[in-house]
Write a protein that binds this ligand. Structure first.
Ligand code: MLT
Length: 266
C-alpha cells in the first residue's frame, strides 16, 4: 500500500489484526522494509505489524533526494496518523534507530515501547563524516557496486557470508536497487543528524537495546552508552552477528523481541 505525501508515495505493509498491540519497523540504510520480512511474519500472530520504506528507499518515492532525519520522522508520524495508530512500539535498526530516537523525543505520547537495534545515540565524528564524503564520491563516480561491496563487509560478520549467504544476497540486492540520488541524500542526512545522547534520559517507555556481538558500525560500547542513559532499559547482545542482527541471527533476535514484548505487555 502507499500513502501519498507531499514528496511522493510512502510505501508500507501492515500485517495481523488491527486490534492487537502495534509494532512499527523502521529499516536501516540503505535497505527497505523487506529486511524485516521474517520479524513481520513471526510477530503478526499476536501483533498489528507495520513496516514501511523510508523516503528514497524500497518502493517509496525518491522526491527531491534532499533529506534530513527530521523529514523521515515527519513521514513516520504521517503514516501513524494515516493508520490511526494512537500508540505503537517502535523497532528501528541503525538509521531506523536514529529515526526512532528522534520520533520518541518529538512525540513521546505516541509510543508505548522502543526497540533500538544496532544503532547509536551519538552524532557522526569527523572521521565518520569524511567516510560518508568518500562514499558519496564513489557513488558520484559511477562506482555504486564498489560502494555496496565495501559496505557489505562492514555490515556483516565475516562468518555470515558463508552461514547466511541468502541474507547477505537479500541485503545486497536491496542496496543495489536503491536510487543513487537517494543514497547520496541519505548519506548527507546521516552526517547531519543530531546527537541524541542527552535526550535519552527523557525516555520513559520500556526499551530494549539489541546489538550484534561483532557489529563494527554501531558497537556494543554504543549500546552500553544508550543503556546507561535510558532508565530501566535492557541490552541483549546477539551472538554471531554484525550490524544486521535481525537477519544474521534471526532466532536469537526474535526471541529477545518476543520476550521483551510479552514481559512489558506490549
Ligand atoms: C545503517 O545501517 O542504517 C547505517 O549503517 C547507519 C549509519 O551509517 O550511520
Amino acid at each position: 500500500m502507499v500513502l501519498k505525501l507531499q514528496f511522493g508515495n510512502l510505501a508500507f505493509t501492515t500485517y495481523g489484526n488491527k486490534g492487537n498491540p502495534a509494532v512499527t519497523f523502521i529499516h536501516g540504510f540503505p535497505f527497505s522494509r523487506e529486511m524485516w520480512s521474517e520479524q513481520c511474519e513471526v510477530l503478526s500472530k499476536d501483533h498489528y505489524v507495520v513496516a514501511y520504506d523510508i523516503r528514497g528507499h524500497g518502493e517509496s518515492s525518491v522526491g527531491s533526494g534532499q533529506y534530513l532525519i527530521e523529514m523521515f520522522v515527519d513521514d513516520l508520524i504521517s503514516l501513524l496518523d494515516f493508520l490511526d495508530l494512537k500508540s505503537t512500539t517502535l523497532c528501528g535498526l541503525s538509521m531506523g534507530g536514529y529515526i526512532a530516537q528522534r520520533a520518541v523525543d518529538r512525540a513521546a505520547d505516541r509510543f508505548s515501547g522502543l526497540i533500538l537495534c544496532d544503532t547509536k545515540s551519538t552524532a557522526d565524528t569527523n572521521t565518520a563524516k569524511l567516510n560518508r564524503a568518500n562514499q558519496i564520491k564513489t557513488i558520484v563516480d559511477g562506482k555504486k557496486e564498489k560502494f555496496v561491496e565495501d559496505m557489505l563487509h562492514s555490515l556483516f560478520a565475516p562468518a555470515s557470508f558463508e552461514k547466511n549467504g541468502d541474507g547477505v544476497e537479500k541485503i545486497k540486492k536491496i542496496m543495489n536497487s536503491t536510487d543513487d540520488h537517494a543514497l547520496i541524500g541519505t548519506l548527507i542526512a546521516l552526517s547531519a543528524r543530531m546527537d541524541m545522547t542527552d535526550s535519552l534520559s527523557n525516555i520513559k517507555i520500556p526499551t530494549l537495546i539489541l546489538v550484534g556481538d561483532q557489529d563494527k558500525l554501531t558497537t556494543v560500547a554504543d549500546a552500553d552508552l544508550m543503556h546507561t542513559k535510558i532508565r530501566g532499559s535492557e541490552v541483549v547482545i546477539v551472538k554471531e552477528s554484525g550490524h544486521v542482527s535481525n537477519i544474521e541471527n534471526a532466532a536469537e533476535f526474535n526471541n529477545a523481541v518476543i520476550t521483551f514484548l510479552e514481559k512489558n505487555r506490549l
